[in-house]
Design a protein around this ligand. Structure first.
Ligand code: FAD
Length: 362
């Protein structure tokens, strides 16, 4: 089975590895969407920045995800309010603000998104979520259509996640950031990041890694846990889905891409134990379950891509956002919702590192 995301088939100018010791105001470890947002924030604040990634830019989840740009957190709105109170409302607003920024990028489209209920119980849950959002003046509508019954979130959208990150990385290089691929951080200490071929000395270090975060910081074990999430894509077929759909309590999601291919992922709930894994590549049983679901939708287009990526989950669904060592801030653990949340936390981590204090995020 391949491990090639449908998004990666695009020429990319590879970035040099770290080849010598260097110094900057800020070093960002991890060049997915969150790390790139951190680099952007540091440049905006007038800092010199070096960014390093173990692989290519967006080589992990940021470039191999479903491309959903969703308002809110990993939990449904009313569940988040029950857990976090007003802080969840503030967070929801922050994700709407971030969506405005993301939608202005060429790799994104504001299509709205559909949450479709797969059972009467889920439909009740969707109805409660709609009520809670309406009560707080957030935009949402009841939806009934060919996909099923549920909710329409009009401000959500989709992106080509790989293109989004690559576009941003090139812009950041033009703005003065020194970004290095294939330069794994072997250790991260206060003011010092060691890679195989050079040491980076920086006043502040930001670590923006989602899946596999606990491998770099074993002390986070128990607070973040990595899951392997899988997807596939088909060859193009006649356009049928105008908006991205997520259903089955978020365990199944798909979007039909501009060029007609279906990108679909999920089914982790059927393989929960096996999915808690830092190993790479798609697995046969889960891919077969996705195949069966696609056929069940009456889609006969052949599968062209199968892939997996990692995302980190936290027990209380709030991301990790803390100074793990003096002058080393870590963000991650977006529970499968990092496209929008990751940018918010990546930027917040830079401001926190410079100001020396946390901002009031979850
Ligand atoms: C299949 C799949 C589908 C998903 N679908 C969606 C979706 O539709 N919408 C959504 O919002 N979220 C989705 N997610 C979750 C989302 O992709 C992630 O939460 C988000 O991309 C995290 O971005 P990040 O930049 O924080 O982390 P990552 O993308 O994990 O990037 C971290 C980077 O750090 C690098 N790195 C790791 N260790 C080191 C080291 N030691 N030294 C240097 N670099 C290192 C990695 O190579 C990687 O490039 C999905 C995830 C997967 C796997």
């Amino acid at each position: 089975m391949t491990d090639r995301p449908v998004w990666a088939d695009r020429p990319w100018r590879a970035l040099r590895t770290v080849t010598a010791s260097q110094t900057a105001d800020v070093c960002v470890v991890g060049l997915g969407g969150s790390g790139l947002a951190a680099v952007d924030e540091a440049l905006n604040l007038g800092k010199s920045v070096i960014g390093v990634d173990a692989g290519p830019v967006a080589g992990e989840a940021a470039g191999r995800n479903g491309g959903f740009l969703l308002a809110g957190m990993a939990e449904s709105y009313h569940d988040a309010i029950a857990r976090w109170g007003d802080a969840a409302r503030d967070m929801y607003q922050m994700t709407l603000d971030e969506l405005d920024i993301l939608m202005a990028q060429p790799a994104s489209r504001r299509t709205g998104s559909l949450r479709i209920a797969a059972s009467p119980e889920e439909l009740k849950h969707v109805a409660t979520e709609i009520e809670a959002l309406v009560a707080d003046d957030f935009p949402v509508e009841r939806y009934s259509g060919p996909e099923g019954e549920g909710a329409l979130f009009p401000l959500d959208g989709v992106c080509n996640p790989m293109q989004r990150c690559q576009d941003l990385a090139l812009r950041l290089i033009d703005d003065g950031a020194a970004l290095h691929e294939h330069s794994r951080a072997l250790s991260v200490e206060s003011n010092r990041v060691e890679t195989e071929q050079g040491v980076i000395n920086a006043e502040q270090v930001i670590v923006a890694i989602d899946g596999r975060l606990e491998l770099l910081f074993p002390e986070l074990e128990g607070r973040v846990r990595t899951a392997r999430l899988e997807m596939l894509a088909t060859e193009p077929f006649v356009h049928r889905f105008d908006r991205p759909v997520y259903t089955s309590w978020g365990y199944l999601y798909w979007q039909q891409l501009d060029w007609g291919s279906l990108a679909i992922g999920g089914m982790r709930d059927r393989f929960m134990e096996e999915s808690w894994s830092v190993s790479y590549g798609p697995t046969k049983p889960l891919q077969e379950a996705l195949d069966e679901f696609v056929r069940g939708m009456g889609i006969t287009a052949q599968v062209t891509h199968r892939w997996a990526g990692h995302a980190a989950y936290t027990p209380d669904r709030a991301p990790i956002y803390e100074e793990i060592r003096p002058n080393v801030w870590v963000v991650g653990g977006y529970c499968g919702h990092g496209n929008v949340m990751g940018s918010i936390y990546g930027r917040a981590a830079v401001r926190s590192a410079i100001a020396g204090e946390r901002e009031p995020l979850l």
